[in-house]
Design a protein around this ligand. Structure first.
Ligand code: GDP
Length: 237
């Protein structure tokens, strides 16, 4: 297992902000069941279910990459965003709002429980695309996850890349395509080459991970920091 403990120079130190004061928002996208929550939990240092409950769907952590500290907030909210659109929130029993605040004439802010997680949603009645678009716009970087054992999730990853490109047309945002569940060798449906080729077409980075074995997860989040920095540095030049 990879260790993020303080025995290496590239280690997690504390929550806080980057040396220039910025906090990078990283959004996880991908089909249900591909391993988004598992990856986010490893990043957040949450190893068992009880703690995860407390942590909600965002994971805030500082990591040292190439000798410099960076603060990331990882959002595992994509499925709630999709779910919010699939159901009528105020009538669906599975969605139990704890607090609902009127935001403005057309929107509400929900603090709610969804599939035993706490979620905070800003929902606009007249614009069901709003949340999805917001998600596509709010991130400093994106991790698009598919499962190497699920071809459909791989195809969906391409759709998400297209959706993201549409939402951020002129921007060069850091994206990493992740083929998760690389440990499940015998049920593999997507080869490493297919994943790599897809990343070339979509002009993004690629990595295969196994959340189950904690393999490459550290590299993934360090990679995201490097991608963010690369773009920031080239903007400053
Ligand atoms: P999400 O719906 O994308 O958030 O996916 P989850 O993180 O909830 O994972 C869905 C299921 O796949 C869970 O049963 C996980 O334990 C399992 N899983 C996630 N990542 C891996 C992995 O790398 N290898 C294996 N074998 N199982 C995984």
């Amino acid at each position: 297992r990879e260790s993020w403990a303080s025995d290496s120079s590239d280690s997690v130190i504390s929550s806080g902000s980057d040396s220039d004061g910025s906090l990078y928002k990283v959004i996880l996208l991908g089909e249900h069941g591909v391993g988004k929550t598992s990856l986010a939990r490893i990043f957040g240092g949450v190893e068992d279910g009880a703690e995860a409950e407390e942590a909600g769907n965002t994971y805030d952590r500082s990591i040292v990459v190439d000798g410099e500290e960076a603060s990331l907030v990882v959002f595992d909210i994509w499925e709630q965003v999709l779910a919010a659109q699939r159901f009528s929130l105020r009538t669906d029993r599975r969605f139990a709002p704890k607090n609902v605040y009127q935001w403005n004439d057309t929107g509400w802010l929900f603090i709610a429980r969804w599939c035993s997680k706490s979620v905070c949603l800003l929902l606009f009645q007249d614009d069901s695309q709003w949340l999805q678009n917001h998600c596509m716009k709010m991130g400093d970087a994106y991790i698009i996850v598919y499962s190497v054992t699920d071809k459909v999730s791989f195809e969906k990853a391409s759709e998400l890349r297209i959706q993201l490109r549409r939402a951020r047309q002129t921007e060069d945002i850091p994206i990493i395509l992740v083929g998760n569940k690389s440990d499940l060798v015998r049920s593999r449906e997507v080869s490493v080459d297919e994943g790599r080729a897809c990343a070339v077409v979509f002009d993004c980075k690629f990595i295969e991970t196994s959340a189950a074995l904690h393999h490459n997860v550290k590299d993934l989040f360090e990679g995201i920091v490097r991608q963010i920095r690369l773009r920031k540095d080239s903007k400053e030049d």
